[in-house]
Design a binder for this molecule. Structure first.
Ligand code: 26V
Length: 802
């Protein structure tokens, strides 16, 4: 499309004038961003069409990744890099006096997710396309993504997020491909050729309109599709209150749900889930059947992945289509269905496992409910066949019991593959949480340790580090991230370590500048940047971190001879709006920051920063600047974690528990290059099973613990009145469910060791290098290759070459 920067400039200036009727000097950064975005999207469409044609022509098996969340972040720079036109465009813009960084700021993050689960889906799309694999995303086009967070007087305030306010350049609306999704109504039975049949009548239809986004592979011609569905009112129907219909319909795709436990709006959430799967299946089948495929062979040509239980209704929905619309008998329909779906579990927290009350489910989705009921009956019968008389077991495994539909049970029964997201997580599923299912279906269970796309989290987010790496080992690592191992050869190379040092300092200075602009706080780039960024949740234990900061503060105050390498503690986290405890922790971080940042005694020693509105683009600024990565969840609780991998890849050292993927990070980095502390998962689970932990004992027997816990309520903290009693109670009265006090001493000790190790600059840089060198394993390319080979049975150009 353009062969050099001059070519590009010409196209750009012409397009800018055509789109905005302005001359270049009159244009704003926003005009420039949208002009560039439009040019790039059109450029992409050539290969987009080509990829679709190739898939059709080659009859390749296709994968559809169904997910209620896709946390994409910004796409401009990533697309430029993947297309291989980054340098040309950057140079052309520079000639015009435009800074790419500046116009990138015009792009709103596509924040259609809460955290790790949604970001994982986005990383997977990038790897699928980059490996030339035929895998597409299906999701919801929420009008408002995860709320925008402001911190006002230390409290989180939520504002509606507005990513579509100025339009979104990367999407293409496809109204001609809209489909109808039916809710409510009732089921009628009738006889056809002697067979009992069912139809859904008096239903309310909603129109699902797809918006397609291209997913551009890295320097390949493959462009896959992310199809996001938007709900629109159906055309006029007599006897219907159209205003009400419009309101109710638009509500379906208005907001992304924050993951809290609260009940309100449950019907709406279930509507969202069915809306996603019904629309997606219709479009998947339409494209499949248009290739003159045989419905009886669906599972040979299509795999559908269910990202957590949210899209699990795809299972009864496919059954409904096969039974009611294609006239298959139950046995065959079930055979096809259960060979089409694969399911990933992302948490063992029981409060996060979805269960729908029958009283909500049945009226909203009457035909789907009938089918789930039938699946349940047959499933229970097969259990009875294997475990005759074992009522207790059958009750625990049933898909419907005690007036609730258990979505995870439906997922396991209806899928051919069930996977966890890190080795330890999969073991916990097999041996504990899902043990009964593992006994019944051992062959379905497998592990797929998560990964992250190194193209966004290293190549794009940390260009200076990428350059240093490429200078040392060549650029092969971009296609084969395992090649980062080659960095081991530079362990003793002082010059190279010094390069790493410079890059880290540069990134720390940039972040310090950002902190100054956003928080009005001056932080020292020479200090250790110690970072905890992730959703706010009790099990992730931001509380342990903040109590430890308070403890360090106390040591400085009480002992004038105490010293340590200066540290800047950086936090970023959103709390679910209904999760009051999590919000108190934010307030606590803010209070401790106020106390510490203003006290001359610790000046130049500790600083605490809470960066508001944590999101993908902010993570890209923070992670490259981190020295220490806090991965301190209560062991057994964090299924995998993926932030841990992003930090490792950027040369930060992990302070962490033996939880989730930290266990595998330890294997890759070696025990000298990671700071492990705290209870193991076995120890935690033993306490849960057998008791024996009394937080009060730790409070009484450890002066340091007593002091920090008391400080929650004794007036030490600025404007603490009434705020932190709940936290105090959770630690003592409620016996500290997440073992914060139990792990406190061990955490303080390992933090002290980390601080001391940092003082040996060369030693630290070497550890950092070893982490980067070992991080290739955590590329989502590796993860996706495993899914492709072991679960989906798909191949692409890349895999066929091997
Ligand atoms: C949801 C809820 C809802 C109810 C309140 C408590 C709670 C806690 C967590 C969740 C999220 C469940 C699903 C999820 O996001 N899991 C995350 O998936 C990541 C990708 O596999 C993984 O790295 C994280 O460890 C895991 O928490």
């Amino acid at each position: 499309m353009f062969s050099d920067k001059n070519d590009f400039k010409e196209v750009f200036l012409k397009r800018l004038e055509m789109m905005y009727g302005k001359t270049f000097p009159e244009s704003t950064s926003r005009d420039q961003y949208f002009t560039l975005g439009n040019i790039i999207r059109e450029y992409i469409s050539i290969n987009w069409i080509g990829t679709n044609e190739q898939y059709r022509f080659n009859n390749q098996k296709q994968v559809y990744y169904l997910s209620i969340e896709f946390l994409l972040g910004r796409l401009l720079r990533q697309n430029l890099m993947n297309l291989g036109i980054y340098e040309i465009v950057e140079a052309g813009l520079n000639d015009l006096g435009i800074d790419l960084d500046e116009i990138e700021e015009e792009e709103a993050d596509a924040g259609l997710g809460n955290g790790g689960l949604g970001r994982l889906a986005a990383c997977f799309l990038d790897s699928l396309a980059s490996l030339d694999l035929p895998g597409h995303g299906c999701g919801i086009r929420y009008k408002h993504g995860l709320f925008e967070q402001k911190i006002v007087k230390g409290f989180q305030v939520e504002l509606p997020e507005q990513w579509l306010r100025h339009g979104h350049v990367w999407e293409v609306r496809k109204p001609d491909l809209a489909v109808e999704v039916l809710f409510w109504g009732r089921v009628e039975s009738f006889k056809e050729n002697g067979h009992l049949k069912f139809r859904h009548v008096d239903a309310e239809g909603v129109t699902a309109v797809p918006y397609d986004m291209p997913v551009v592979g890295y320097q390949t011609s493959t462009v896959n599709t992310l199809r996001l569905w938007s709900a629109e009112p159906s055309s006029y129907q007599a006897g219907r209150d159209m205003m009400k219909h419009k309101r109710e319909t638009e509500a379906i795709t208005e907001f992304l749900y924050p993951d809290d436990t609260h009940d309100e709006g449950k019907t709406l959430r279930l509507k969202q889930q069915y809306f996603l799967v019904s629309a997606s299946l219709r479009s998947i089948l339409r494209s499949y059947l248009s290739r003159k495929r045989d419905i009886h062979e669906l599972h040979d040509h299509i795999s559908i992945h269910i990202n957590d239980t949210h899209p699990v209704l795809a299972i009864p929905e496919l059954m409904r289509i096969l039974l009611d619309e294609h006239g298959l008998d139950w046995e065959e329909a079930w055979e096809i269905t259960s060979r089409t779906f694969a399911y990933t579990n992302h948490t063992t927290l029981s409060e996060a496992l979805e269960r729908w009350p029958v009283r909500i489910f049945e009226p909203l989705l009457p035909r789907i409910f009938m089918i789930v009921n039938e699946i349940n009956e047959r499933f229970c019968q097969s259990l009875w066949g294997k475990y005759p008389g074992d009522w207790n077991r059958i009750e625990q495994m049933a898909i419907i019991s005690h007036g609730e539909v258990k979505m995870a049970h439906l997922a396991i029964a209806g899928s051919f593959s069930v996977n966890g997201v890190a080795a330890i997580h999969t073991e916990i599923l097999k041996q504990r949480e899902m043990n009964l299912f593992y006994q019944f279906y051992p062959e379905k269970f497998n592990n797929k340790t998560n990964g992250i796309t190194h193209r966004r989290w290293l190549l794009k987010a940390n260009q200076p580090l990428s350059k240093v790496v490429t200078n040392a080992i060549g650029s092969e690592w971009i296609h084969q991230p395992e090649k980062l191992q080659g960095l081991h050869a530079f362990r003793e190379d002082r010059m190279f370590l010094e390069e790493l040092h410079k890059v880290k300092n540069h990134k720390k200075q940039q972040l310090a500048q950002k902190i100054l602009e956003q928080n009005g706080l001056r932080v020292d780039p020479e200090s250790i940047f110690d970072v905890q960024i992730k959703r706010l949740h009790a099990y992730k234990r931001q509380l342990l971190n903040v109590l430890h900061i308070l403890h360090l503060y106390n040591r400085f105050r009480e002992d004038s001879s105490f010293d340590m390498h200066p540290r800047t503690f950086i936090f970023g986290a959103k709390a679910s709006p209904g999760y009051f405890y999590a919000k108190k922790i934010i307030k606590l971080i803010d209070s401790v920051a106020k106390l510490v940042n203003h006290d001359p005694v610790v000046k130049g020693r500790i600083k605490v920063v809470f960066m508001e509105n944590y999101r993908v683009s902010l993570a890209e600024d923070i992670i490259p600047a981190a020295d220490i990565s806090e991965q301190i969840s209560t062991a057994s609780k964090e299924a995998s974690g993926t932030g841990n991998m992003k930090f490792m890849m950027n040369g930060a050292l992990t302070v962490g528990t033996l939880d989730g993927a930290n266990v595998e990070i330890l294997e890759k980095s070696g025990p000298e290059n990671i700071f492990i502390f705290g209870l193991t998962a076995e120890e935690v689970m033993k306490y849960y099973a057998e008791g024996g932990y009394y937080s009060m004992e730790y409070y009484h027997h450890d002066e340091h613990i007593k002091q920090v816990v008391n400080q929650l309520i004794d007036g030490t903290l600025p404007d603490s009145a009434d705020h932190f009693e709940e936290i105090f109670d959770s630690l003592l009265t409620e016996n500290d469910q997440y073992f914060v006090l139990r792990d406190f001493a061990s955490y303080a000790a390992i933090q002290e060791k980390a601080g001391k190790d940092y003082e040996d600059t060369a030693g630290w840089l070497q550890k950092s290098l070893i982490n980067i060198a070992g991080s290739g394993h955590f590329s989502s390319d590796r993860t996706i290759k495993e899914y492709a080979a072991d679960i989906w049975g798909i191949t692409g150009k890349e895999l066929m070459k091997k």
